[in-house]
Design a protein around this ligand. Structure first.
Ligand code: NAD
Length: 253
């Protein structure tokens, strides 16, 4: 799908991988809406992209419906959705104080898995009603999982389960939406230099980077954005989860 003039929604667009993707899409001519829990940052970053910033919790059904409606009235229904909003909370199943609080597990599943599905279901409902492009496509959805979906570390039960869910739902949703010409694919990043990791001391970043076969460094958000943009452009990419990790396979801890 070509980008120019199309409306795109990027969740988690105020920071990190989502922001880099939003910047790339805006540079290619998309009308971009940033949907982020951090309303102030979403609005500030959107302003730089001549886009729209909306404060919203991706896991809130009514909030997302209202946010997508607001984006629709500003830019028209989105043909592109990139789901990047997510949280990474670590915790052992059995910690020093006993079993992991169930609420901790639920919160990660709620934001990463249910939040991804929530925005996807609302945006997809708009896409299926759009006029098909000459290629037969109506829209494309890119989700963000993690290599933890496949090799989660100790302490990542909730995070790995949430991201495993995102990877697992990619194919059935792609199959369902195929008859409408809406594609769905997922990126499973390794370790990327976003505010999360950029705040670590340089030696800690270096040692994380050294564990990556090649290139032995953290991924750059622009490299994630490049893949998201490629998925959107390549009509034959569908139903797949792609690792983007420099051949990293995470150790147990
Ligand atoms: N950085 C990495 O190394 C890495 C690796 C694997 C997967 N990921 C995944 O990539 C995605 C982006 O991560 P990042 O590194 O850019 O993180 P980040 O913290 O820089 O950005 C995440 C954004 O999501 C927003 N957000 C969080 N919860 C939200 C909610 N409930 N509703 C709306 N917005 C919410 C935050 O405000 C933030 O702006 C996440 O899903 C993360 O799990 C990141």
């Amino acid at each position: 799908m070509h980008y120019a003039g199309h409306a795109a929604i990027v969740t988690g667009g105020a920071s990190g991988l989502g922001l880099a993707t939003a910047q790339a899409l805006a540079a290619l001519g998309c009308k971009v809406t940033l949907l982020d829990r951090n309303e102030e940052a979403a609005m500030a970053r959107a302003c730089e992209l001549n886009g729209l910033g909306i404060g919203c919790d991706v896991a809130d059904a009514a909030g997302v419906e209202a946010a997508v409606a607001q984006a629709r009235s500003a830019h028209g229904p989105a043909r592109v959705l990139v789901n990047c909003a997510g949280i990474g909370v670590a915790g052992r199943v059995v910690g020093r104080d006993g079993p992991q609080p169930l609420a901790d597990f639920e919160r990660v599943i709620r934001v990463n898995l249910i939040g991804t599905f929530n925005v996807l279901r609302v945006a997809a409902a708009d896409m299926v009603g759009l006029e098909a492009l000459p290629s037969g496509e109506r829209g494309v959805i890119v989700n963000t999982a993690s290599c933890a979906a496949f090799d989660g570390q100790i302490g990542q039960a909730a995070y790995a389960a949430s991201k495993g869910g995102v990877a697992a739902m990619t194919l059935p949703i792609a199959r369902e939406l195929a008859r409408f010409g809406v594609r769905v694919a997922t990126i499973a990043p390794g370790l990327f230099q976003t505010p999360l990791l950029a705040n670590l001391p340089q030696d800690a970043q270096d040692s994380l980077g050294a564990a990556i076969p090649f290139p032995s460094r953290l991924g750059k958000p622009e490299e994630f954005a490049d893949l998201a943009v490629h998925i959107i452009a390549n009509p034959y990419l569908n139903g797949e989860t792609i690792r983007l990790d420099g051949a990293l396979r995470m150790a147990p801890k």
